[in-house]
Design a protein around this ligand. Structure first.
Ligand SMILES: NC(=O)c1ccc[n+]([C@@H]2O[C@H](COP(=O)([O-])OP(=O)(O)OC[C@H]3O[C@@H](n4cnc5c(N)ncnc54)[C@H](OP(=O)(O)O)[C@@H]3O)[C@@H](O)[C@H]2O)c1
Length: 288
């Protein structure tokens, strides 16, 4: 069973609306191989962290079995902030992690990620703050999300070691990471990779999208089924097939879908030609 992550961005929907429901959902997810819960301060503007925290309080055994990811770095528009922006400011990141720890009801997370690269980043100052978060026990490790390969390299140099993890977008409909150097750099540095929105945030099932239609057809051939969860499972297997070993972060809040999709993923072993058939379907043409 390959470990995967469940994302708390859409918590509250489907079968996750109360702490008891979410505890049941996560216990079932754990049985299917989920080992990470992916959180962020911005999800529900803190409400997502609070829902996960209430669930960990409801069933404390979950904290022993799941590793928790926290993220911060996106400043939302609110009183006193007139423009949504990114901030990798040392004091801001620490304040946001501290807030997440309080809402989650834990003393430490397993991974803290800088959610978005700040164009105004002072790499040395941010690296010092990240190293202090680890030294002070607020997080076991630090990483990045949505950074370009050079942005990560710059932070790595300031940190004095490669980041532990990189969370990037990867799905049959989001291919940038294949060619822009992030996956290659992560493999060279030994950085763990997490793939967000592996079903393109549900766009894989958009009936209006021609690319999604082509990709669904290619995935259905591999899955041997037109069932949408079988197709989703094939998409997850496609993401996980990359040699960077991306850990897919599943976003569904429905237990029936989660179960069927993970089982479909587990049941598939993709050849190189299988994998390229999905790539071609996404691009709308064969490789040169
Ligand atoms: N680092 C970042 O910048 C970043 C950005 C985005 C997301 N993330 C993380 O990645 C996680 C996953 O992202 P995601 O939720 O976009 O993942 P996803 O798995 O690509 O998409 C989940 C969406 O697809 C829908 N869906 C799933 N199966 C379906 C089916 N068979 N038919 C129709 N719709 C279906 C789900 O609806 P139901 O719930 O109704 O099944 C849900 O709305 C997030 O929770 C978050 O933790 C990180």
């Amino acid at each position: 069973m390959k470990p995967w992550a469940w994302g708390a961005m859409r918590v509250g929907g489907g079968d996750t609306s109360t702490p008891a429901d979410l505890a049941h959902f996560l216990n079932r997810a754990h049985g299917l191989g989920a080992r990470w819960i992916d959180c962020a301060d911005i999800y529900g503007l803190g409400a997502s962290d609070s829902a996960v925290g209430a669930t960990l309080a409801h069933d404390p055994s979950l904290r022993e079995r799941f590793r928790i990811i926290a993220k911060a770095g996106v400043v939302w528009q609110q009183d006193g902030v007139h423009t949504k922006h990114y901030s990798n400011d040392p004091a801001y990141l620490r304040q946001q992690l501290t807030g997440s720890l309080q809402r989650l009801g834990v003393e430490q997370v397993d991974l803290f990620l800088v959610h978005r690269p700040d164009y105004l980043l002072d790499a040395n100052a941010t690296a010092e703050a990240l190293n202090a978060m680890v030294a002070d026990g607020l997080t076991k490790a630090v990483g990045v999300s949505n950074f370009s390969a050079p942005q990560t390299a710059r932070l790595n140099r300031a940190l004095g070691a490669p980041v532990a993890a990189d969370q990037l977008e990867l799905s049959p409909l989001a291919l940038d990471a294949l060619d822009d150097g992030r996956l290659d750099q992560n493999m060279m540095e030994g950085t763990d990779v997490f793939a967000w929105s592996p079903l393109a945030g549900g766009q894989l099932f958009n009936p209006e999208s021609e690319a999604a239609h082509r990709v669904r057809a290619a995935l259905a051939r591999l899955a041997g089924s037109d069932d949408s969860d079988a197709i989703a499972g094939a998409a997850l297997a496609w993401v996980a097939r990359h040699p960077a070993n991306p850990v897919p972060i599943l976003g569904t809040t429905r237990l029936d879908r989660l179960t069927a999709q993970v089982q479909a993923m587990e049941g598939l072993s993709l050849s190189a030609a299988d994998w390229y058939a999905v790539l071609e379907a996404s691009r709308g043409g064969e490789v040169a």
